[in-house]
Design a binder for this molecule. Structure first.
Ligand SMILES: Cc1ncc(COP(=O)(O)O)c(C=O)c1O
Length: 397
């Protein structure tokens, strides 16, 4: 009998997508579904992206060079300079989204069976990439009641074994919206250096911070050898379909390893690398505009949740997500209820059950993640529907 690999069997279905059949069924019944489940921004990217791609005039659509189109890589370097990070082109490799940068980083630091520490809740795709690279993720639990604060170094040290190769930090965080500042990053770097570990810092949402200034771990001199940054054009330019990200490090050995993976997959998309050049060179106007918009939305969602009896959440400081603890035993059952049984004036809301953002079994079962990717007017309506849905669900139980 032909069988698929054990690796394939360990990968879970995307938590974000597994309720799509129920959502489609609701829509077929004529129910409008407000989608607060995926981090797919509803905001248009800068028009310049399309205008630049339209100007592409080469007769062929060839592979881009594996280390990236040089003007594109220079544009990333210029982009980083705005955050006081000095990178040479050799420190940056464009990737197929931040997603590929995550996979390459894990492959570059760890061998099969090695361990990588993650703070849970975390972006669930890391689980799939860990399975693909046969890396074991070791969770450190952060709690909503504690504002997802970084635990003391001694707590983290308990998780470090002979097999530990790296610590993953997602900052700003998906799904919690937490932003760690220089102080937290410094203490993670100190720990990493003490134990000879890499720090994979996923800064996909770098500029989407509401109370702080955008920051990169690469600014910290002590991070020079250990930090690997996962980056992405998807969220800061509202262009996830461009499938462009990059991986950046000041560690030459890491860059050499990453380049081998990049060569194996030939190149990141050619047209989109061109299209993003002017955006990267002049990013701040657009990112400031969308961050102001997300901040308004954050306030709408957070204050609406404050009004819901029994709901616990913390005010997120960045990205466009939050984790809310609900007075329910099983948030998956609640999400199903919202899609299959409930509607208010023929409308309902889709959110993501949070359990899959955790490694530890049982955690997150009474939590949901909300992605505030709708405009303020729609969000207000969606939050009102969520409140009504939750009340009806609790009544039914
Ligand atoms: C924390 C984080 N990292 C990486 C990604 C991957 O994004 P992309 O591959 O579109 O750059 C996402 C997408 O949601 C994310 O939330």
């Amino acid at each position: 009998m032909l069988t698929t690999s054990k690796r394939a069997n360990t990968i879970i279905a995307s938590p974000i997508r597994k309720f799509l059949p129920l959502m489609r069924a609701a829509e077929q019944r004529g129910v409008k579904v407000f989608k607060l489940n995926v981090g797919d921004p509803d905001i248009a990217p800068p028009r310049l992206l399309f205008a630049t791609i339209k100007k592409y005039h080469q007769p062929n659509l060839g592979y881009a060079p594996s280390p990236g189109i040089s003007e594109h890589v220079e544009a990333w370097a210029a982009y980083y300079r705005k955050f006081k990070v000095e990178l040479q082109p050799a420190n940056i490799i464009p990737t197929v989204g931040g997603a590929e940068a995550i996979l390459f980083s894990l492959l570059a630091v760890a061998d099969p069976g090695d361990e990588v520490i993650v703070f849970e809740p975390f972006y669930a795709s890391y689980k799939a990439f860990a399975a693909m690279s046969s890396v074991k993720l070791v969770p450190v639990t952060l709690r909503v009641e504690n504002n997802f604060a970084l635990p003391a170094a001694a707590e983290l040290e308990k998780k470090i074994t002979k097999k530990t190769r790296a610590i993953v930090v997602i900052n700003p965080n998906n799904p919690s919206g937490t932003v760690w500042g220089e102080k937290e990053l410094q203490s993670i770097i100190a720990l990493a250096r003490k134990h000879n570990l890499f720090v994979i810092c996923d800064e996909t949402y770098r500029e989407i911070v509401f109370e702080q200034k955008p920051f990169s771990i690469l600014r910290i001199p002590a991070a020079k050898q250990c930090a690997i940054v996962v980056d992405s054009a998807s969220k800061r330019f509202s262009a996830p379909g461009a499938r462009i990200g990059c991986v950046a490090s000041l560690n030459a050995d890491i860059m050499a390893a990453l380049l081998k993976f990049a060569m194996a997959r030939l190149s990141a998309p050619t047209l989109e690398q061109y299209g993003l050049i002017p955006l990267l060179k002049n990013s701040t106007g657009y990112t400031a505009k969308i961050t102001a918009e997300y901040k308004k939305r954050r306030d709408v969602v957070f204050s609406a949740l404050q009004e819901m009896p029994g709901v616990t959440c913390r005010r997120p400081q960045g990205a466009f997500y939050l984790i809310a603890k609900l007075p329910v035993a099983d948030s998956e059952d609640f999400v199903k209820f919202m899609l299959s049984e409930f509607n208010y004036k023929n409308k309902t809301v889709m959110v993501t059950p949070a359990a899959d953002f955790y490694m530890t079994k049982g955690l997150g079962r009474n939590e949901i993640r909300i992605a505030y990717v709708l405009n303020v007017k729609e969000l207000k309506e969606a939050m009102d529907i969520l409140k009504r849905g939750l009340a009806q669900y609790l009544e039914k139980k």
